[in-house]
Design a protein around this ligand. Structure first.
Ligand code: ATP
Ligand code: MG
Length: 596
């Protein structure tokens, strides 16, 4: 854990040196602060002899023996000590906060960078809300720790050692009695640390559950309302929220123990010092000033110990945060990119599947042996029963997932030999539902190819049959769309999705039932746009309506994890197999949608 945090703060070594220096000054000033009082009590008010080094320290004016002068210098020293300490404390605070903030920034960026590279498989098995809460709250706790605690520990330890040294120097056997309980206190603190960490872990887990539940609920608000499940959603939150409360209370009940224990210990030690000190002063073995220093130190002495414990708390939280962050950072990007991967400028678009086998969970294969061959510029339809793996086949081409066996080649090269981005740049994808982002329509179209000019965007929209409805909007291409495109109709979203791929101008086009969710009027517009889009490209389309692929060069039937049939419409009808069966059902049941 410390190594991880150490790695994070390494770039800020320079600033850390400044902070450390400031902290040292603070420590020294804190050690020095009771001494002016001691001098006044012992050497001004009392009759204690002034030691030669102190005489030297006070300057030559002391020779006159004026006690008033002595008091003045001590008082001034008091102010100077306070000022130096305050300035050092300001510098320390400012720079520690800045280190903490930048460490958090770096970590956030590193994590998001990593998240962008994790495969879709990761997102299938991890809750968005949990990830969200890690990148916000957990990083914040780490920031809090980096801002405050790392160096404080060092300074606290140093302060404790120096104070002990000075106390021993003043009166060693007395010191032994005064701090006899410290080892027990430290033991207690370290026990305490374990309990706190465990409790904190629970709290963070429950808190991220809250984010997950709320995030999911808000995202599916329409379904929730449609099915009248508001109460169920609230009950879900109620449950995790309650769990958070009880976890937090449990954590607090552990944490809250610390302060009273330390306070009582301090009181006991102070009592011993007062009692023994009084006796020693009466015997003349100790001065009043020394006792004052003792009392001041004892108070100061337990502050670092207490701080260590609070820090312990911060450490526990940061450790939990760091564990959660690392769980994400340490997840391997299972879609490995070859360092010497190919970077194709343009691909022709020959696609070959050879004995491809794949399952989202390798133990549960979806595709067992898929082989087919698609030539550049061909129009290919994929059909098959629902759940047979059509969408899966298509998602393997941009390498969203890696095969368990066999190969997929584009232009004779395995997809794994290409660098990911250049490969995906060559592929256009239109899905059943187009996901739009919060932003303007123009921005959403340009998502297909960042840097597309306004003219290119409009041209693409025209080809996609979208220009007409966009122009009718009050702000045209600068109209904002809601999150996930909620302010547009399904058909409009699809046409923007097509414009987005149009502007991408990629040689390979993958269509996953892009018209499945549309009514026939809107479908007509979309199909028209698709026909323009398909021209001159290799197209693989998953079709629910068989009429749309009647003219395909090749129709591939996926069933039972393999290519069950493969050929042109006429060949497959003649074969009288699965395709012919699907065809019959569709035409007998009329225009109603049939899952194909
Ligand atoms: P449909 O016609 O209904 O769209 P499909 O042929 O496209 O079906 P796929 O989406 O490829 O079917 O799914 C094939 C199988 O893989 C299904 O049994 C499904 O449960 C499973 N599956 C799909 N996506 C995932 C995923 N992300 N994680 C795990 N399993 C998945
Ligand atoms: Mg599908």
């Amino acid at each position: 854990m410390l190594k991880f945090i150490g790695g994070l703060i390494r770039p800020y070594r320079g600033t850390l040196a400044i902070i450390l220096l400031a902290m040292l000054v603070e420590t020294v000033m804190s050690l020095a602060s009771p001494w002016p009082l001691k001098i006044i009590l012992d050497s001004v008010v009392g009759s204690h002899k002034v030691t030669p080094w102190m005489r030297h320290l006070m300057g030559s004016g002391i020779e006159s023996g004026s006690k008033q002068h002595f008091a003045l210098v001590a008082s001034l020293a008091f102010v100077v000590i306070a000022i130096l300490g305050a300035v050092a404390s300001y510098i320390d605070n400012y720079y520690t906060e800045s280190v903490g903030q930048y460490v958090a920034h770096d970590l956030r960026m590193r994590m998001y960078h990593h998240l962008q590279r994790l495969s879709l498989g990761y997102y299938n098995t991890h809750q968005t809300g949990t990830i969200l809460s890690t990148i916000t709250s957990d990083i914040q706790t780490i920031q809090g720790f980096a801002s405050g605690s790392t160096l404080n520990i060092l300074v606290d330890l140093l302060t404790i050692v120096c104070m002990l040294g000075l106390m021993f120097w003043l009166n060693w056997d007395f010191t032994l009695i005064a701090v006899a309980v410290t080892p027990f206190l430290l033991l207690f603190v370290s026990r305490f640390k374990k309990a706190v960490k465990k409790a904190t872990h629970e709290v963070r887990k429950e808190q991220s559950e809250i984010v997950a539940v709320v995030q999911q609920g808000l995202e599916s608000m329409q379904v929730v309302k449609a099915f009248g499940q508001e109460k169920t959603e609230e009950a879900l939150l109620q449950e995790v929220s309650h769990a958070t409360v009880s976890a937090a209370l449990k954590a607090r009940s552990v944490k809250a123990l610390l302060s009273p224990v330390v306070t009582i210990t301090v009181a006991v030690c102070t009592a011993i010092v007062l009692w023994r000190g009084a006796a020693l002063i009466l015997k003349g073995a100790m001065t009043i000033g020394e006792l004052t220093v003792y009392l001041a130190y004892l108070n100061k002495f337990f502050k670092p110990v207490k701080d260590l414990a609070t820090t312990t708390n911060a450490i526990a939280q940061a450790a939990v945060g760091a564990e959660r962050v690392r769980a994400i950072l340490d997840t391997d990007t299972d879609i490995e990119e070859k360092s010497d991967g190919l970077e194709p400028k343009t691909l022709a678009g020959d696609i070959e599947f050879k004995n491809a086998a794949f399952g989202y969970d390798p133990a549960n294969p979806i595709l067992t042996d898929v082989s087919f061959n698609i030539k550049q510029g061909q129009f290919v339809g994929i059909v098959g029963p629902t759940g047979s793996g059509k969408s899966t086949v298509v998602s393997l081409i941009p390498r969203f997932y890696d095969l368990q066996a066999g190969s997929i080649k584009i232009d004779g090269q395995s997809v794994a030999d290409y660098k990911l981005k250049p490969l995906r740049d060559q592929i256009g994808y239109v899905l059943q539902e187009t996901v739009l982002f919060r932003g303007t329509i123009a921005e959403n179209i340009a998502f297909g190819r960042p840097g597309a000019t306004r003219e290119e965007i409009i041209e693409a929209a025209k080809l996609a049959n979208a220009d007409e409805f966009i122009s009718r909007m009050p702000k045209g291409y600068d109209t904002m769309v809601g999150e996930r495109g909620s302010t547009l109709s399904g058909g409009q979203r699809q046409r923007i999705g097509i414009a987005r791929v149009m502007v991408r101008n990629s040689p390979i086009l993958l269509l996953d039932e892009p018209t499945a969710a549309l009514d026939s009027e809107s479908e007509k517009l979309v199909i028209e746009a698709l026909e323009r889009l398909m021209k001159g490209r290799t197209v693989i389309t998953i079709a629910h309506r068989l009429s749309t692929i009647r003219d395909a060069d090749q129709i591939i039937v996926i069933s039972g994890g393999v290519v069950a049939e493969n050929g042109s419409h006429d060949e497959l009808i003649a074969r009288n197999g699965i395709y012919a069966g699907l065809h019959r059902t569709q035409f007998e049941t009329g225009p109603a949608k049939v899952e194909a």
